[in-house]
Ligand binder design. Structure first.
Ligand code: R1P
Ligand code: URA
Length: 292
């Protein structure tokens, strides 16, 4: 077995992995990711007990139990680049032996569920509603650094996306990956579903104009109008493509749940996005506790 060098697998003086500062025994098999570091304490406020609390940079993590189910909730901060860090380090915690610095023969699959916020791209999915992303198309570049392979359905969706939106140019080289079907099937009542677009920014990359002109001024319309069979694009945010792509490559089951705080078609913003997030957390924890 090849030994992974100190410069590649970086451990701190606690024997914890570098950015997220967790040791293997401090991580639960079911992980909730949130963008906002303050949302970690919000999620863990529903826990029966909290056994571990760590923080390094924007990566806050609490491990405890919710109605008896052991969970870790961790903040990723904003963006796919942070997901690269969090996912590689979560995977290392369960699939690399920190003593020998070798990959375990028996690999473990985590269940990883994002609870985030997003913008709706459909007029009929209003602010404060929830979305579970069936697939994610990344307009960011992260998975282009890895060897992501697609099944026939994904290839066909991506080809149609490029044809209909013409988004495969000097701005972006889109990629696609899917949610875990085994997780998605639990989130039906109260969750809209469809394709989530992940953008490498909140303003220009999501078609927002404050003072700067855009190279892709028809971005929102082209995403809203996309359709392929029963598939349509429902929302965008800034992490899901990286979560689905890396989750698939590393062998973890992933799902991204988001509360809609902005609707970009009706041009409305939630009057109480905080409450929408609380509602998403409460409903989703009740489902997660029963998933084995
Ligand atoms: C932008 O405001 C942030 O909010 C969304 C986006 O994906 C981005 O991270 O998610 P979170 O609320 O989980 O951070
Ligand atoms: N998060 C995003 O990335 N975009 C939105 O419009 C709202 C939340």
């Amino acid at each position: 077995m090849k030994r992974i060098a100190e410069s590649e697998l970086i451990l701190n003086s606690r024997g914890a992995i570098y950015h997220i500062d967790l040791r293997p025994e401090e991580l639960a098999d079911t992980v909730i990711t949130v963008g906002d570091p303050d949302r970690v304490a919000l999620v863990s406020s529903y826990f029966d007990t909290i056994e571990v609390k760590r923080q390094h940079r924007e990566f806050v993590s609490h491990t405890g139990t919710y109605k008896g189910k052991r969970l870790t909730v961790i903040s990723t901060g904003i963006g796919p680049d942070n997901i690269d860090i969090v996912f590689n380090e979560l995977d290392a915690l369960v699939n690399i032996d920190f003593e020998t610095r070798t990959v375990n023969e028996q690999l473990k699959a985590l269940k990883i569920i994002r609870m985030g916020t997003c913008g709706s791209l459909q007029g009929d999915i209003a602010v404060d509603e929830f979305i579970a992303g069936s697939h994610s198309i990344g307009l960011d570049n992260l998975l282009n650094f890895y060897r992501l392979e697609n099944n026939d359905e994904e290839v066909s969706l991506l080809q149609q996306f490029i044809t209909q939106t013409q988004l495969n140019n000097s701005i972006t080289n889109p990629y696609i990956s899917a949610a875990s079907v085994g997780l998605l099937k639990h989130f039906v009542d109260g969750y809209n579903t469809g394709i989530t677009i992940t953008c490498p920014g909140f303003y220009g990359p999501q078609g927002r104009v404050l003072r700067l002109g855009l190279r892709q001024p028809d971005l929102i319309d082209s995403l809203t109008n996309f359709s392929h069979g029963a598939h349509r694009i429902v929302n965008f945010e800034m992490e899901t493509s990286a979560i689905y792509g890396l989750g698939k490559l590393l062998g973890h089951q992933c799902l991204s749940l988001n509360a809609v705080v902005a609707n970009r078609v009706t041009k409305t913003f939630s009057k109480d996005g905080g409450k929408a997030v609380v509602n998403l957390i409460e409903r989703s924890l009740e489902i997660i506790k029963d998933i084995h």
